[in-house]
Design a protein around this ligand. Structure first.
Ligand code: SF4
Length: 244
């Protein structure tokens, strides 16, 4: 690895058990994000500069590898720095770690590159609104890119090139119906309904999220601050007999 390779660094967590289901991971946060979600909880690393050598971050990952089985790339938006992301994923693979990515999907070509080089094992794609509201919500004309990312991740997962893929939809009170309006595009993908948190809006409860899941008539994972993550298949209990 070139000693001149750098990352605009956002932070490092040596051990997390909540960012990748079923794994203990370390997390590398990339600084910088091209969109502006109104509920962002990582505003401090949406922009700015903290340039570090990739080799220093790899040292952190190597130290953490005694306790974890994977490294997760998060942000900000990690795919905004494709060279750094590629270098770290390659380095992590070399020391036997699985690699995961949380992404907003704005750079589908970077996802394509990671998948085609077999550098990524898990992608969690944030879908942040129904498509027609994307530009208004994110302050960015990126909806076609996100839809492209969804399509290419689905295809890669189906053919086995991407071992794990899930869509994460963050839901807020007053916008409960949005996920149903894109449900037909994600019916065959693992789906997480995530409780949106913004201090000005009372968060949806687990029961309310279950009601949304019922309307989708499919299994979902429900993620809340109160209850962690649960697999919800409650709709099955009210199906007519002989169906499913
Ligand atoms: S994509 Fe993530 S980091 Fe970027 S503004 Fe939205 S929540 Fe914040």
């Amino acid at each position: 690895m070139s000693s001149t390779a750098t990352i605009n660094f956002g932070g490092f967590v040596p051990l997390s058990t909540v960012d990748w289901r079923g794994r203990s991971v370390c997390v590398v946060f990339f600084r910088g994000c091209p969109v502006r979600c109104w509920y962002c909880h990582n505003e401090a690393i949406q922009d700015g500069e903290d340039i570090r050598n990739i080799s220093d971050i790899m040292d952190e990952i190597s130290s953490a590898s005694l306790l974890v089985s994977a490294v997760l790339f998060s942000g900000g938006e990690a795919t905004m720095q494709p060279d750094a992301l590629c270098a770290l994923a390659t380095g992590a693979k070399k020391i036997g770690l699985a690699t995961g990515l949380h992404t907003n999907g704005v750079y589908p070509s970077v996802l394509d590159m990671l998948i085609s080089r077999q550098l990524i094992d898990h992608i969690a794609l944030d879908v942040k609104a129904e498509w027609r509201l994307y530009t208004q919500r994110l302050g960015s004309h990126c909806v076609q890119e996100v839809r492209h990312s969804l399509a290419l991740c689905k295809a890669a997962h189906e053919c086995g090139d991407l071992p794990e893929f899930e869509v994460v939809f963050t839901l807020f009170r007053g916008y409960e119906g949005e996920v149903a309006r894109i449900a037909h595009e994600i019916f065959d993908v693992d789906l997480v309904l995530q409780q949106g948190i913004k201090h000005t809006i009372p968060p949806l409860t687990t029961t309310e999220l279950m009601a949304i899941a019922d309307s989708l008539r499919r299994p979902v994972r429900i993620r809340t601050r109160e209850d962690g993550e649960i697999l919800y298949e409650g709709f099955r209990s009210c199906r007519p007999s002989g169906i499913w």
